[in-house]
Design a protein around this ligand. Sequence first.
Ligand SMILES: NC(=O)c1ccc[n+]([C@@H]2O[C@H](COP(=O)([O-])OP(=O)(O)OC[C@H]3O[C@@H](n4cnc5c(N)ncnc54)[C@H](OP(=O)(O)O)[C@@H]3O)[C@@H](O)[C@H]2O)c1
Length: 289
Amino acid sequence: MSDSSRADFTGRTVVVTGASSGIGAAAARRFAALGATVAVVGRSHQKTGAVAAEIGAEAHLVDFGRLDDVRRLAGELLTRYPRIDVLANNAGGFFTSRKESADGHELTFQVNHLAPFLLTNLLLDRLTEAPNGSRVVNTASVEYRKGRLELDDLDRTRGRYRWRETYAAAKLATVVFTRELARRGQGTGVTASAFHPGSIASDVARDSTMMRAFMGSRLVKSMMATPEQGAEPLLRLAGTPDAAAVDGAYFDRLDREEPRNPQATDLAFAQRLWDRSAQLTGLAATAPG
Ligand SMILES: NC(=O)c1ccc[n+]([C@@H]2O[C@H](COP(=O)([O-])OP(=O)(O)OC[C@H]3O[C@@H](n4cnc5c(N)ncnc54)[C@H](OP(=O)(O)O)[C@@H]3O)[C@@H](O)[C@H]2O)c1
């Protein structure tokens, strides 16, 4: 991937979810420094407001655990931003014990897949109108390689809850969604890519005391990359002059990877996951197919 991380974003609007901390906050700062109007989307009022104030941007609050709140956020963004050039679906994480969203879905799947799926669809018309084409950049994880999705049990009600498998499946959904969005977006000016940021010292393990202690140890931290480094693929994918070349692609950090999971390359599966996600989020499955 060429180094487009210094692209000029003047006049462009970039929506970054999960921008209150870690990779998203680093990306928001960088986009602002490159001239973009940044919509700083986060869940914590205090942290989101602090990042927004620091870069002279506006804060937008949302809880991805509530799909109604995602709908409200989409309305707020559409009212506030007459153009949206980049949507960075970056909010995410995992939970080491089973949790249910307000909508009755397994929370890891909702926060990492259903909520960004819904948000993207609700912003799609605005993204399509962007004068120079628009980019959707999704933060996945290398864990997707080990993921397995059951279309009749996306909420993983069968069997024991295993957080790692649950997270892997949710990030697999991110990769599959990215490819299907790219396919549906052909000819509309909307392109989509996904990436693994690397092992980043962030707050992603906040839900688990054990994981948090592990990731917080000085030794582990010294082996991890910074949020700024984690944000680099996002910046490059958002700013690359040749969006068609990365459309539908997955990057492991800065290296393009042909998806290493049979479900991630199955076109029929991608269409079925899209339709099922549209049902689960209350969207009619009417996007151009
Ligand atoms: N760190 C890594 O090594 C790593 C590796 C692979 C992939 N990733 C992915 O990278 C992305 C960013 O993670 P990070 O490492 O930067 O971790 P982080 O510092 O914990 O950031 C996660 C962001 O997601 C937001 N978020 C979490 N749950 C949310 C919810 N229910 N509703 C709305 N926003 C929510 C958080 O908002 P609040 O802080 O406001 O609650 C925060 O802004 C995630 O998708 C993660 O899965 C991280």
